[in-house]
Write a protein that binds this ligand. Structure first.
Ligand code: NAD
Ligand code: IPM
Ligand code: MN
Length: 350
């Protein structure tokens, strides 16, 4: 098989630390010749040095790779040196929008032996294994809005959520297909009791497309009630579909109840295949633990399983999942360093 080219953006904080372990796993499972890694030094340091966040020339180059591996970007919340959201919007969201990453896939699975804040009666003997299909290119993330009279007592700020029938339909259809190949249940999370315009669009398309999937049971939950459901009985979910911001929030909670943010993987998929898809942990740059060598690289490693699946190597993806699951079971209560976890998983894969 031919060598594939991967763009690697380690980014900021723990991003480069966990990404190194992800590439280690990828090389261990696929062999040294399967991938060429092209590293890009994008992130806070590059911006501080050159004023560049994502030069157009780099964006053009990225278009040509087979997939993108991202660590994380962003400064500590409250940082004075780097404006809030500069890198997140200028790099991460820019890539999701430019490369039409409409399907933001975020699986959650409670592996055996993983500590969870949930009570034993909620998880014992149950399979908590669901996937959130988050819309990735619309909603409140479009930067539509503005502020007037800034800094005065009469300041007015708006953020307008963009929802198109095209965008909603393709993510809903993708979610139905995934439900069909899993346990046959799809839940829409929204807030159509309040967000009447976007809510009725989502609800209508969810129902209409659902007619084409009679074998999939469809459910609707208001997003607030869904937060309760995810904590008191997360085993009830199979596939969840929701908009960009609700999906961002629900996937951090999903991560927390299934062993923590250090385990949560994600894929930003371009459904047409015209542009490279991007694979990254759900977590951020974790400035509070950066540089200490203690970040959990498991999420970044599991994201490589999603990448392999996407690039048509499901058998290698399954091996990463098995190695991750076995390693987690083996860890017990012991705490390991970033490179130790990476080495243990790579050793299982080699
Ligand atoms: P965060 O995910 O970086 O950290 C939240 C908490 O989880 C912290 O206590 C952190 O130490 C812990 N944590 C995160 N990843 C971990 C790991 N692999 N192992 C162990 N613990 C881990 O979220 P935040 O603190 O809200 O954001 C920090 C910065 O990252 C911000 O600038 C934010 O905008 C950015 N961010 C980037 C991405 C991304 O690039 N995809 C995602 C989320 C946040
Ligand atoms: C995520 C992050 C991003 C998001 C931020 C950093 C822009 O929180 O990937 O979950 O909100 O999508
Ligand atoms: Mn998030």
């Amino acid at each position: 098989t031919e060598t594939r080219t991967l763009a690697v953006i380690g980014g900021d904080g723990i991003g480069p630390e966990v990404t190194a372990e992800a590439l280690k796993a990828l090389t261990a499972v696929a062999g040294p010749d399967a991938f060429d890694f092209v590293h890009y030094d994008l992130g806070a340091e590059r911006w501080q040095r050159t004023g560049e966040v994502l030069p157009d020339s780099v964006l053009e180059e990225l278009k040509t790779v087979d997939a993108i591996v991202l660590g994380a970007v962003g400064a500590a919340p409250g940082s004075k040196a780097i404006p809030s959201g500069l890198l997140e919007r200028g790099l991460l969201l820019k890539l999701r929008f430019a490369f039409d990453h409409a399907i933001n896939l975020r699986p959650s699975k409670l592996y055996p032996g993983v500590p969870t804040p949930l009570a034993p009666r909620i998880v014992d003997g149950k399979s908590v294994d669901f996937v959130v299909v988050r819309e990735g290119t619309e909603g409140l993330y479009c930067g539509n809005g503005g502020a007037v009279r800034v800094g005065t007592p009469h300041e007015l700020a708006t953020e307008v959520s963009v929802n198109t029938a095209y965008g909603v339909e393709r993510v809903v259809r993708d979610a139905y297909r995934r439900a069909q190949s899993r346990r046959g249940q799809l839940t829409l999370l929204h807030k159509h009791n309040v967000l009447v315009n976007a809510g009725s669009l989502w609800n209508r398309i969810f129902t209409e497309v659902g007619e084409e999937f009679p074998d999939v049971e469809r459910r609707y939950l208001h997003i607030d009630a869904a937060m309760i459901a995810m904590v008191v009985d997360p085993a009830q979910f199979d596939v969840i579909v929701t908009d960009n911001l609700f999906g961002d929030i629900v996937t951090d909670l999903a991560a927390a109840v299934t062993g923590g943010i250090g385990l949560a993987a994600s894929a930003n998929i371009n459904p047409s295949g015209e542009f490279p898809s991007m694979f990254e942990p759900v977590h951020g740059s974790a400035p509070d633990i950066a540089g200490q060598g203690i970040a959990d690289p498991t999420a970044a490693i599991s994201s490589m399983a999603l990448l392999l699946d996407h690039l048509g190597r499901p058998e290698l993806a399954a091996r990463i999942d098995e190695a991750v699951s076995a390693d987690i079971a083996d860890r017990g209560a012991e705490r390991f360093r970033t490179t130790e976890i990476g080495d243990r998983i790579a050793a299982r894969l080699a």
